[in-house]
Structures are given as C-alpha cells and as structure tokens.
Write a protein that binds this ligand. Structure first.
Ligand code: HEM
Length: 438
C-alpha cells in the first residue's frame, strides 16, 4: 500500500500550519494540494492528522459506517453548552438528530418563507441611496430575526431585540483566541475575559429560560416553531427534555445557523456585483417569478447562485472526524484515533471537479450534478448540517426578495480574503456595497 505524502512537521511546522489555516485557509490548502496532492498527512497544533479532498476517501468517511467515527467538538462547548447536539455522540446524538432534523425540511420548513421575506423587506427598508452598506450587518439582522421568529417562535419585536443584543454580546465575548486557549477558561475572581464571557452566557440563558417557560405555558396551542416541538418531545420513558438541554439546543441553533447563513448571503451579493452578467441573468430569472417564497425556492439559477457562493466561500473549511477503531479508507489503512479532515477547500477548488475553480460560475451547477462527496459545504454523514435545506431556502428567499427591490454597486473590485474566526470563516473587513436605490 503506497504511503501518503507528508507535510513536514515538528512543533514549529504545526504552529505555522495552524496559523496559516486560521489566517488564509484558501492559500494554505491550494499550496498543500499543489505540492502533496488530494490526500496527505499534516500536523496541526492539536495533533497529527490526515487531510483529504479526495471524493473517494470523503465517500468512505461520509458514506461509510458512521459508528467508525466520532467528532471531537469539545472546543465549541463553551459556546453551545454541554447539552448540545454538537457535543453528543452515539445513541444520544442519533436521538437528538431525530428530534431536530424534521422541521428543517419539506413542507414544515416552507411555512417559514413568509418570515424570511418579511425580515428581508424590513431590514432593507432603511437603506439610504448613495450610502455605503456594510452588507453583513444587513444579512445578519435578517438571519437572526428569521431564527428568533421561526425557530424560537418569538413574535414580539422587543423580545427579538433583547435576544439580538444578548446573542451579539455572547458571540463577541468568545473570540477565536479565547476558544483556542483553554487555560484562560478560569474565573479569576470575577475578572478577566472568561468571567466577562460567562456573564454574557448567564444573560443569554436567562432570556432563553423565559422563552422556554413561555413555550411550556403555551403548550398544546397552535405554535409551529421548533422550540414548541422540542418542548413537546418525549423520550422512551415519556419524560420531556430537561429545560437546560432545550436551552443548549437553542444556543446551538443560533450559533450554527445565524452568521453562517448571513456570511454566505454576503459573499453571494459581493460575487453578484463583481460579475455583472451573472447578476443580469439572475435578475432576468427573478423577473419571471411572482416573488412568493415558494416560487423563489423553485428558481434553478437562484439556487445555483447560492450553491456557487457556498462552493467558493465555504463557512467551515475542514471538518473533523476521529476513527474510533482501525479502518481502511480509499485503500489506506489507518489506526484507531486517527484524526481525519475532509477538506472542503481542496475538493471545491479541484479543477478536475470544478473547471476554472476560482471563477464564480453558477452555470456549473446547472450543467452537472455534483455528488455529496464533491460538493460538501454542509459536511456529511451523520453530522451533516441539520439546517442545510433551511439555509439554502432562506438564502434563496432573502436574495430573491432583496434583489428585485433594490440596486447596489461595487465601487472597487478589491479581493477579499477569507479567514477563520473561531471554527467558521468570514470575509476579512466584511463586504461593502454602495446602495444605488430602489
Ligand atoms: C449557509 C449556512 C450554513 C452552513 C454553511 C452550515 C454548515 C455546517 C457544517 C459544515 C456543519 C458540520 C458538518 C459536519 O461536520 O459534517 C454544520 C452542522 C450543524 N448545523 Fe449548519 N450550516 C449552515 C446553516 C445552519 C442553520 C440555518 C442551522 C439551523 C438553524 C444549522 C444547524 C446546524 C447544526 C445543529 C449542526 C450540528 C449537527 C450535528 O452535530 O449533528 N446550520 N453546519
């Protein structure tokens, strides 16, 4: 069996590679794939691992027997809470997915279309002609309101605002450096970054607890949101999910579903305005649709635009899976405990799969169907993003509502670097467009 190429390691090598992964993951993966091919061994600061952008190996990881892998996600524990699905393994993880996944699909999901269209109209109404727009500010307000209304079932504007502030403070209180330096996770007599972060958690949890209590009072009514469903769920013994666990799932859904969707919409808007022919084709398609959420979600070019933004600007650049026992994947034998990183940034930029990979060409998704091991923005296997269909639906409805009503312009087409901010990526410096008008 041939040996996998190896990225030169050692502590210094691991530190440099980890720094490059955080600072410029696109350049790192491009350089490594050019030198070592689609699959190679590499040391990161958290230990040796195997990185792969090879669809055959990714198929063995995502499409194989899932008991063979666990996902060491402890690093995000402080952000999502110990009761979160993200930290659960084995049968407990399976049970949680059964509960959380259904409302994010099909007819149930589509009932949230109105909420998306209204949030988009509301948060774009204040745009002023001629002014610069910090695009991610707008898309984040849209996606947060969608989660708070659709997932948490909150109708009251003041509650949406109170939760928005608490969530913003909570996320800002746990920057990447605090996440990656666990020895700082100590409460120094009520002072320091950790104590301040814990305060933001307490404030958020207090608001969420009020929502859970309200949800319990309104049980049996006509609520269609995901919180109502979590509260109605019973385990095999007929017991409800404890409140603390419901709260951790709510924190998880906000963290996993809010900035991710907003950032991808921001990238899509940026790419559309630097590729005028794509924008023109999209506007032409939008002009044929009646503007109803259901109709927008059926537009093929709009869907392709969202997929192309997910391909070129992945939110999670590499995934983490650890082998629970020895196994052979795509012809390579690995011992138990091997850390595997399916690498979106290798697969999505592979010219053999995506010709002219740096071009924003939504047409490619109409010309060819990509397998779930070639197009992997939402991960795969038993950990694939629970909100994938919902996120795509939301992006289509929001962009399909925004673009026919408003015009923007890109003043200067300067490249934007993608960098990691914690476990997800973002455009460094944000995305700025100029608002032309209605
Ligand atoms: C464009 C938007 C989004 C992207 C790119 C994205 C991407 C991802 C990725 C890459 C994973 C990990 C998959 C893996 O390790 O194989 C994940 C997990 C997850 N996502 Fe998303 N996500 C998005 C939106 C959402 C939304 C809207 C929600 C729900 C409101 C959501 C909820 C979750 C949850 C709960 C998990 C954990 C699943 C598990 O551990 O079983 N995501 N997402």
């Amino acid at each position: 069996m041939e040996r996998l190429p190896e990225v030169p390691g050692g502590m210094a090598g691991a530190a440099l590679t980890t720094w490059r992964l955080v600072h410029d993951p696109v350049a790192l993966m491009r350089d490594l794939a050019a030198r070592h091919g689609r699959t190679f061994r590499m040391a990161l600061l958290d230990g040796p691992s195997v990185v792969t952008g090879d669809p055959a190996m990714i198929a063995d990881i995502f499409g194989g027997e899932q008991d063979l892998f666990d996902a060491p996600n402890e690093i995000v524990g402080p952000l999502v809470g110990d009761g979160s699905i993200v930290l659960a393994g084995g049968a407990r993880h399976k049970r949680k997915r059964k509960l959380l996944a259904p409302p994010f699909h099909g007819a149930r999901m589509r009932t949230y279309g109105r909420i998306v269209a209204e949030a988009t109209a509301r948060h774009s109404a204040a745009l002023v002609s001629g002014r610069e727009v910090a695009v991610l500010g707008v898309t984040q307000r849209i996606s947060l309101e969608v989660i708070l209304r659709a997932v948490f079932g909150i109708r009251d504007d003041a509650r949406v605002e109170a939760l928005r502030v608490a969530i913003d403070r909570n996320v800002a209180g746990f920057p990447a450096w605090l996440m990656f330096l666990p020895f700082l996770h100590v409460d120094a007599g009520g002072f320091g970054p950790w104590a301040r972060y814990r305060d933001t958690v307490r404030a958020l949890v207090a608001l969420l607890r009020e929502e859970v209590e309200r949800g319990r009072r309104e049980a049996g009514g006509d609520r269609q949101d995901i919180l109502a469903m979590l509260l109605a769920a019973r385990d095999e013994d007929g017991a409800p999910m404890p409140d603390d666990e419901v709260i951790d799932e709510l924190r998880t859904l906000v963290i996993a579903g809010h900035e991710t969707t907003a950032t991808t919409m921001g990238w899509a808007l940026w790419q559309l305005h630097r590729n005028p022919s794509v924008l023109e084709r999209l506007r032409a398609e939008l002009a044929t649709a009646p503007g109803e959420p259901e109709a927008l979600a059926r537009l093929p070019y709009l869907a392709a635009v969202c997929d192309e933004a997910l391909r070129l600007h992945p939110i999670v650049p590499i995934f983490r899976r650890r082998l629970t026992r020895a196994a052979t994947l795509a012809g390579h034998a690995f011992p138990a405990g091997t850390m595997l990183h399916p690498a979106v940034l290798i697969t999505h930029f592979d010219p053999a799969i995506y010709p002219d990979p740096l071009a924003f060409r939504p047409e490619r998704f109409l010309e060819r169907k990509y397998s779930p091991y070639e197009f992997i923005p939402f991960g795969g296997g038993n950990r694939r993003c629970v909100g994938a269909a919902f996120a795509s639906f939301e992006m289509q409805v929001a962009l399909g509502t925004l673009l026919p009503a408003h015009r923007f312009r890109l003043d200067a087409d300067t490249p934007i670097r993608l960098a990691m901010n914690g476990v997800t990526t973002r455009p460094v410096g944000g995305v700025t467009l100029r608002y032309v008008g209605r």
